[in-house]
Design a protein around this ligand. Sequence first.
Ligand code: FAD
Length: 386
Amino acid sequence: MFPSLDEYGDIRDAVAKLCGDFPGEYWRALDRKMAYPTEFVRALTEAGWLSVLIPEEYGGVGLPLGAAAAILEEMQRAGCNGGACHAQMYTMGTILRHGSEAQKRQYLPGIASGELRLQAFGVTEPTSGTDTGALKTTAVRDGDHFVVNGQKIWTSRAEHSDLMLLLARTSPVAEGGKKTAGLSVLIVDMREAKGNGLTIRPIRTMMNHATTEVFFDNLRVPAENLIGEEGKGFRYILTGLNAERILIAAECVGDAKWFLQKAVGYANEREVFGRAIGKNQGIQFPIAQAYANMRAAELMVHQAIKLYEAGENPGAEANMAKMLAADASVEAGNVCIQTHGGFGFAEEYDVERKFRETRLYQVAPISTNLILSYLSEHVLGLPRSF
Ligand SMILES: Cc1cc2nc3c(=O)[nH]c(=O)nc-3n(C[C@H](O)[C@H](O)[C@H](O)COP(=O)(O)OP(=O)(O)OC[C@H]3O[C@@H](n4cnc5c(N)ncnc54)[C@H](O)[C@@H]3O)c2cc1C
């Protein structure tokens, strides 16, 4: 049903086997309590799957992006939720690409072993939203520290992370200058910061995502935790976004495959009017349509991976992959619910949970409108709208 588009069959089999220890009952129980999948994340960490993008010299496995995409796709396809830990795989990319050698040696081996969790990424703020250049959190230099004040929202996994990558304003917007200048990236050690200027408050959401809002009140961060040059943080963050979009797209492809498999299984087995509902083209066609759309999105994900691995900066393909795959997973989820009739809404079938989980990717980490806006302006040459 799902022909392989890469050479990671062994990795996929191993990840699927691990995920088999975390069936629907496990996720349902967590979902009810809005609890973090600690055991699942521990198992992935111990098996080394979360460190595949870290080069061997820093303690990781040093595999290309396509391997990480295969791992995340397989997790979702098995019915698990990689949203709990996907950021541990790629947030370190900012340190890897822009950090000093000392920072790489200090952090990457710990992240690779899982001893250090860097899976909190503080960019979005309540008042600025998508308009990152308008963020208000400041980091003001005071001797050998930065003093941070402000607030972030939707900082996912902050309660389950030791470090946070924080984007804050270190110098005001210059008259007539770019809004995105003057932003800097800092590594915040939340183990020391909690209760000393950093407060984390969980936000309950429609799916179990461990997301939070974070408050900074004169938090002192050592100046040595600045990544790269002061004021260039927006550029550093941008360089990691394509990888993030490609990996989330791979997760959405995995979700779509889970929905399709589930829908086909139910359509073949459920009998109404004395025959399998799957005999009706009214049931078949939406599933077939969702399948075709998933396969098309999957091709775009692989095209984006190919370009990324060739050293290009495939903004258009990464964005299109993310949008098409997120659309394909929502469509497949919707079809899966419809195929299940009333049982699509029953917790024990996991369909409604997976649907709530995959719905997020229409909005985060970048919303569909912003992708369309990127394509309009940067690919099609239409006038800038904001
Ligand atoms: C569960 C969850 C987890 C998240 N995790 C993180 C995280 O770990 N770290 C982090 O920094 N952020 C995180 N986010 C934030 C996420 O990236 C943002 O929610 C997303 O980028 C949209 O920003 P916003 O919510 O501020 O929406 P807004 O910017 O307020 O936009 C609202 C709506 O208006 C649309 N819109 C805005 N401007 C335009 C325009 N010019 N043209 C057309 N449409 C427009 C948007 O597309 C959106 O649909 C998370 C969000 C959620 C819900």
